[in-house]
Design a protein around this ligand. Structure first.
Ligand SMILES: Nc1ncnc2c1ncn2[C@@H]1O[C@H](COP(=O)(O)OP(=O)(O)OP(=O)(O)O)[C@@H](O)[C@H]1O
Length: 551
């Protein structure tokens, strides 16, 4: 998908408001030029009147008032409608990007990091507002005005019309085109340097404690400074190119002005041009170049906006991680889970699962143990349809897992992964993610099963306690138990637990194993653990070694 194919449907949705903003911007510009022209005509004519020539003051003074009034109203309307449409467009764009992003997670392009994703979703999308409102609008507005002023010149001063039209076309088309071509690479550099700087900040904040303890905070700071220096150098280059283009526009404006003055003086001497109209024309020519200065500034920024748009399309063009079936089947309830001869490897690398065959009856609780890197978490990711096996199949009852849409699979399975997150929110809301309508009784029961009930009961705000970013106000063990409580609170019939007792002391671990059967009663449980499991905790223990399961 190209940048334009990506933006076109989003633009189309806001076409009415954007067209209105454009129209109002053209009216503002026209009123400004007319105001300047009429004022010039008015002042000159008034001066000539004092020299004894007759002049009707009423018409121009009424026109000056009318044009300034129109200009104020049109500018207000243009800002209101234009900004409103642009903000809505950006929110459409963010929504579109979010929905394009989720089916692509985990991203196949491993070089895109979290900080970079944040940067794309925020700064890159914001950069586009320049392209929409500030560049395209003034360009079309200046073009319309240029045509109108050329028409007026053809009527009153035809000899100046060609010089003016050529100079204006140069300012509206040639100079911006030259700027786009010469600044394209710099614009790209600015966007990627800005992203690098943000990623460096993100990395430094998330790894701050480790960097401090390892004594390498200074190195991280130097790295950040280098990125920031590179960014400001690139921005300076872009500003220099934009400045050169602005100068070229001023030169063209001067050419148009001198041409109008020169030909106007000749026409006046020949008695073919009224002096008051002459001054009005000169000022109108001057006023019409006002819009072109905005174009250059915006086009300079648009080169970065184009690069930002390219980064967004690159994200949207990544292949989806999992493709949902064209004719999906419903998730069968109360059926066994069956893996048969499943083979899997990441990115065509070494095999991780090597012919796994496994059958889990509904309501059965199994544990999978085995050495680190043996493929246990990968097995869960296949069951969740986060990855698909290259060979063999996975079924729920008789339905193949890849005939069920991923969202339905996730509704029926609750996962406690090794890195389940805690969000900046209250304890209650952190838990209700798993079951939005859960009442306090169910929440306390889940906390009890996860051995966190006593701790939460001691908090002055109880379930309404707000947890800091990434649960920083909790210990690692408490955080883990909170995530475990969330999984247990879910009413999914299949519970997947990856190292649920990680970060729990042995006493709490044993106590959790004791309550597991009660907390997951009637549900299927697949638990991965390195812990020694007391007898009776699960129905079966399997071992995963080198991608194969053994009893
Ligand atoms: N997203 C991934 N991309 C590429 N390789 C991966 C990915 N996730 C896991 N692997 C590799 O697959 C192999 C199995 O990993 P997996 O996490 O399934 O093992 P595990 O048995 O759960 O280990 P642990 O007990 O340490 O959690 C490892 O060699 C690992 O490097």
């Amino acid at each position: 998908m190209t940048v334009f194919a990506m933006l076109a449907p989003l633009f189309r949705r806001r076409l009415g408001a954007l067209t209105l903003a454009l129209l109002l911007s053209a009216i503002t510009l026209a009123a400004g030029i007319a105001l300047l022209g009429t004022s010039g005509w008015f002042i000159t004519a008034t001066a000539l009147t004092t020299l004894g020539l007759g002049f009707n003051l009423f018409v121009p003074s009424a026109l000056v008032r009318a044009f300034s009034f129109i200009r104020i109203l049109a500018r207000y309307g243009e800002r209101f409608v234009g900004h409103n449409a642009t903000l809505r467009l950006l929110s459409d764009l963010r929504g579109w990007l979010f929905s394009a992003l989720f089916p692509r997670l985990p991203l196949s392009d491993r070089s895109i990091r979290h900080g970079d994703l944040v940067s794309r979703l925020t700064a890159d999308v914001d950069a586009l507002d320049v392209a929409f409102l500030v560049a395209i609008g003034p360009m079309l507005g200046a073009l319309l005005m240029g045509m109108a002023v050329t028409g007026v010149l053809i009527v009153f001063l035809p000899s100046a019309a060609l010089i003016y039209a050529l100079a204006l076309a140069g300012a509206v088309f040639l100079v911006p085109a030259a700027l786009v071509i010469s600044a394209r690479k710099v614009g790209r550099d600015v966007v990627s340097a800005a992203a690098d700087t943000r990623i460096a900040v993100y990395d430094a904040i998330s790894g701050h404690a480790d960097l401090t303890i390892l004594g390498v905070l200074g190195t991280a700071k130097d790295r950040f400074s280098a990125f920031a220096r590179h960014l400001s150098e690139r921005r300076l280059t872009l500003a220099a190119l934009t400045g050169a283009a602005a100068m070229a526009v001023q030169v063209l404006a001067a050419i148009a002005l001198i041409g109008t003055l020169w030909t106007g003086l000749i026409a006046h001497q020949a008695g073919a041009l009224d002096p008051a109209v002459f001054v009005g024309l000169v000022l109108a020519v001057l006023g019409s170049f006002e819009a072109t200065a905005v174009i250059v500034r915006s086009v300079g920024k648009s080169t970065a906006a184009l690069a930002a748009a390219e980064r967004l399309t690159a994200l949207a063009n990544l292949p989806p991680a999992i493709i949902d079936p064209a004719r999906p089947l419903p998730f069968p309830e109360g059926q066994k889970i069956a893996f048969s001869d499943v083979h899997f490897s990441y990115d065509s690398g070494a095999p991780v699962l090597n012919g796994v065959t496994l059958s889990i009856a509904p309501g059965e609780r199994i544990a999978i143990t085995g050495p680190s890197g043996g493929g246990k978490s990968t097995l869960l990711s296949l069951l969740l349809r986060l990855n698909e096996p290259q060979c063999g199949d996975i079924r729920i009852g008789t339905t193949a897992l890849n005939d069920i849409v991923a969202a339905q699979v996730h509704t029926n399975m609750a996962l406690l992964s090794q890195d389940s997150p805690v969000f900046i929110d209250t304890i209650r809301n952190n838990l209700r993610i798993a079951r939005p309508l859960a009442d306090d009784e169910a929440i306390w029961a889940a906390l009890g099963a996860a051995k966190l009930e006593k701790f939460v009961a001691t908090l002055p705000e109880g379930l309404d306690t707000v947890l800091g970013e990434s649960g920083r106000t909790l210990s690692a063990g408490q955080m883990r138990r909170l995530c475990l409580a969330r999984t247990l609170l879910s009413d999914a019939p299949i519970i997947l637990l990856d190292e649920p007792t990680n970060a729990l002391d042995r006493a709490n671990e044993l106590s959790f194993f004791e309550t597991l059967a009660e907390a997951t009663k009637g549900r299927t449980v697949v638990m991965i653990t390195h812990a020694a499991i007391p007898d009776g905790t699960v129905d079966r223990v399997l071992e995963m070694r080198n991608g194969r399961l053994t009893q």
